[in-house]
Design a protein around this ligand. Structure first.
Ligand SMILES: *[C@@H]1O[C@H](CO)[C@@H](O)[C@H](O)[C@H]1NC(C)=O
Ligand SMILES: *[C@@H]1O[C@H](CO)[C@@H](O)[C@H](O)[C@H]1NC(C)=O
Ligand SMILES: *[C@@H]1O[C@H](CO)[C@@H](O)[C@H](O)[C@H]1NC(C)=O
Length: 362
C-alpha cells in the first residue's frame, strides 16, 4: 500500500505519467576480445561489457539488445537526462529481458593506448547543433520543429547531464564496425535468438551481426541508423559506406567480397521537398541474402538531422529484398523529436511505437 501511495505522489509532483523503475535482477559479463601486446604485457582489446536485466515475470520470448550510438554508453538506456527511467525500464515493465552493452573500447569496455586507435569526441557546439538545440543552427529544415528536448538544450541541468554522459570513441567507422560485429556475434551466440534495438552509429552493427548470424536475430529496430547509403548527407557530402549500409563487407547475392560489388545510382529528384535524393542500386539489384531473413523496422523522428534521409536507408533494404517497415514518428502523431528520441520528454511514447512492432515478433 505504502509504495502505491508514494508512486501516486511522485506522479502528481512531476505532472507526468512516468514509467516507474521496474524491479529486476541483473547480471553482467564480457564477451569477445583478444589479447594484444607483447608477451607478458598483454591487455584484452575488443571485449564488450554486457548487462542483462530480467523482470520478475518474463512475458516475451526474445531478449532485447539495446545498442547505443556514437559518444554514448549504455547508460542512455537506463536513465534520461531529466532523471526519468529510460527505455530499459520501459521494456522491463512490459515483461522483456533487456540487454544493455557498452560498445567495445568505450565506457566499461576498455580502450587501450596499445591499440593505437585514434579517439574523437563531440564538443559542446556539436552536441547542441546535432541533438539538443538544433533549431538555432538550422542545418536542416525540419530542425525548426524540434521541441521534445527536456529543458533549453544549452545550459540547464538536463543539458549538463547529457553533456556529462558523452565519452570519447574510436573515430574509424570500419574499425568500430569490425569490433562490434565480432563482439555482437559472440553475444548472440551466448544469448540465443534475440531482437536488436540499435541507435544511430549502431545501425550498421545490427546489419553486420545479422549478416553473420541471421538465425539468432529475430528482428532489428533501427532507430535513425547511421546513413544514408553510399554518400553522407545534410552535414557532409563525402562518399562513405561502400556496401550501402556499412563500411565493411556485407553479403550480397550470397557472397561477401572484400571489395564492394555495389553499383549505385542517384535518384533524379527527391521523394518530397526537404528530403535528400537517395542513392539506390542499379537494377538488377543485388540481394542482401542474409539480411533478407530478418524483419526490420527503421524509425525516424520529424525534427532530426536523419529526417531528410532515413527513407533512403529503408529503401536500400527493401531493394535488397529485406522485409522492412519504415516508420516516421509523425505518421503516428508524434512530433518534435530529434535524434536522441529515447532521452527526450516523450521517450515512453516513442518506446510504445517500438514495443508495438516488437510484440509481433513473439
Ligand atoms: C566541434 O566539433 C565539430 C565536429 O567535429 C567541428 O566541426 C567543430 O570545428 C568543433 N568546434 C570547435 C569550436 O572546435
Ligand atoms: C513542422 O511541423 C508541421 C506540423 O507537423 C509540418 O506541417 C511542417 O511541414 C513542419 N515543418 C518542417 C520544416 O518540417
Ligand atoms: C566526411 O567528412 C567530414 C568533414 O571532413 C568528416 O568529419 C567525416 O568524418 C567524414 N565522414 C566519413 C564517413 O568519412
Amino acid at each position: 500500500m505504502r509504495s502505491i501511495a508514494l508512486a501516486v505522489v511522485a506522479v502528481l509532483a512531476c505532472g507526468c505519467a512516468a514509467t516507474e523503475t521496474s524491479l529486476h535482477t541483473r547480471t553482467a559479463f564480457f564477451v569477445g576480445g583478444r589479447y594484444v601486446g607483447d608477451a607478458g604485457k598483454e591487455v584484452v582489446d575488443g571485449q564488450m561489457y554486457v548487462e542483462v536485466l530480467s523482470p520478475a515475470r518474463i512475458t516475451h520470448r526474445y531478449p532485447l539488445i539495446l545498442i547505443h550510438g556514437a559518444a554514448q554508453t549504455g547508460v542512455g538506456w537506463i536513465t534520461t537526462p531529466d532523471n526519468r527511467p529510460g527505455w530499459a525500464d520501459y521494456f522491463l515493465s512490459k515483461g522483456y529481458r533487456v540487454v544493455v552493452v557498452d560498445q567495445p573500447r568505450r565506457g566499461r569496455s576498455a580502450w587501450h593506448p596499445a591499440t593505437n586507435l585514434a579517439l574523437r569526441s563531440f564538443n559542446r557546439t556539436w552536441v547542441e547543433l546535432l541533438f539538443t538545440s538544433p533549431k538555432a543552427a538550422a542545418k536542416w529544415p525540419q530542425a525548426a520543429n524540434h521541441s521534445q528536448w527536456a529543458g533549453d538544450g544549452q545550459q540547464d541541468a538536463e543539458f549538463e547531464q547529457f553533456m556529462a554522459s558523452q565519452v570519447e570513441f574510436v573515430g574509424s567507422n570500419p574499425e568500430t564496425q569490425r569490433a562490434m560485429q565480432q563482439a555482437g556475434v559472440k553475444l548472440l551466440e551466448r544469448l540465443g535468438p534475440s531482437i536488436i534495438v540499435a541507435h544511430s552509429q549502431a545501425g550498421p552493427f545490427a546489419w553486420l551481426i545479422a549478416d553473420e548470424l541471421p538465425a539468432n536475430v529475430k528482428g532489428i529496430v533501427a532507430i535513425e541508423p547511421q546513413g544514408p547509403p553510399l554518400q553522407e548527407a545534410v552535414l557532409w557530402n563525402n562518399r562513405t559506406r561502400p556496401w550501402g549500409l556499412t563500411d565493411i563487407p556485407l553479403t550480397y547475392d550470397g557472397e561477401r567480397t572484400s571489395t564492394s560489388p555495389i553499383v549505385g545510382v542517384l535518384e533524379e529528384a527527391p521523394e518530397a521537398p526537404d528530403l535528400v535524393k537517395c542513392w539506390r542500386q542499379a537494377e538488377p539489384a543485388k540481394k542482401l541474402t542474409r539480411l533478407e531473413q530478418v524483419p526490420v523496422m527503421v524509425l525516424v523522428g520529424d525534427a532530426s538531422y536523419h529526417t531528410p534521409y532515413d527513407h533512403c536507408t529503408a529503401r536500400w533494404l527493401k531493394q535488397g529484398g529485406v522485409n522492412v517497415e519504415f516508420v516516421r514518428l509523425s505518421d503516428k502523431g508524434i512530433h518534435g523529436n530529434g535524434h536522441m528520441m529515447m532521452l527526450e520528454r516523450n521517450s515512453d511514447e516513442v518506446a510504445a511505437v517500438v514495443e508495438t512492432w516488437i510484440r509481433k515478433l513473439d
